[in-house]
Design a protein around this ligand. Sequence first.
Ligand SMILES: Nc1ncnc2c1ncn2[C@@H]1O[C@H](COP(=O)(O)OP(=O)(O)OP(=O)(O)O)[C@@H](O)[C@H]1O
Ligand SMILES: [Mg+2]
Length: 229
Amino acid sequence: MLENVSKHYPLVKFTALDDVSLKIDSGEWVFLVGASGMGKTTLLKLLYREELADEGHVSIGGKDVARMSGSRLRRTMGIIFQTYRLLDKKTAFENIAYGAEVLAMPPVEVRKRTREILELVGLDNKASRLPGELSGGEQQRVAIGRALINRPQLILADEPTGDLDPQNSNRVIEILDTVHREHNVTVLFATHAVDIVDRLQRRVVRLQNGRIVSDTVGGYWSGSEASAQ
Ligand SMILES: Nc1ncnc2c1ncn2[C@@H]1O[C@H](COP(=O)(O)OP(=O)(O)OP(=O)(O)O)[C@@H](O)[C@H]1O
Ligand SMILES: [Mg+2]
């Protein structure tokens, strides 16, 4: 949840978010849309504490993120980026398992979960490939697997289909939708993909110049303010 949040980038004298308030219920799926530079990534960064708000409060599950350690906070959520950011010397299996290993989860449990996730993302036959030996769509599915290993209640996705063709985009959406529906995981999904937003017909929050200009349920252009853009 964000309450009256503003974020300035002082070096460039720019206000990226301006008095933004947004409440997302547990188990919701929310698309964050808006043209390039309107503040989507900044909003997500505030939630995973890559940046701190200059004004207002950012909280998750009632806890103020400013009072939590960034690394501990990030372990409770799954974060997916447009560029996959995998460890290039680790296999698909190892990339997914890594987030659980650093939490000192018993190795038997890590292996069990990793195998389940590889199956979920459709990569059980490519578990021992390095990222460089996988297609972009496959690498993004490894990145999703990595985001799911600690069974997060919240997934933050920043244009996760931005570099993918329609078929791979659909697979990414299917996987995220499965965990959203089956495990009631909250998803905040920043995207430019009009077709995906139109097809899923979910809550759509639109940012324009660092402000929320519409918050509606439906397709990409369903908000009245949005059509004025
Ligand atoms: N570290 C930074 N320092 C200075 N300005 C920044 C920084 N990060 C972002 N900005 C500026 O803040 C504004 C919002 O950026 P942000 O990355 O949140 O946009 P976005 O909506 O995610 O855009 P895109 O769709 O292109 O990813 C932009 O004008 C950007 O130039
Ligand atoms: Mg962005």
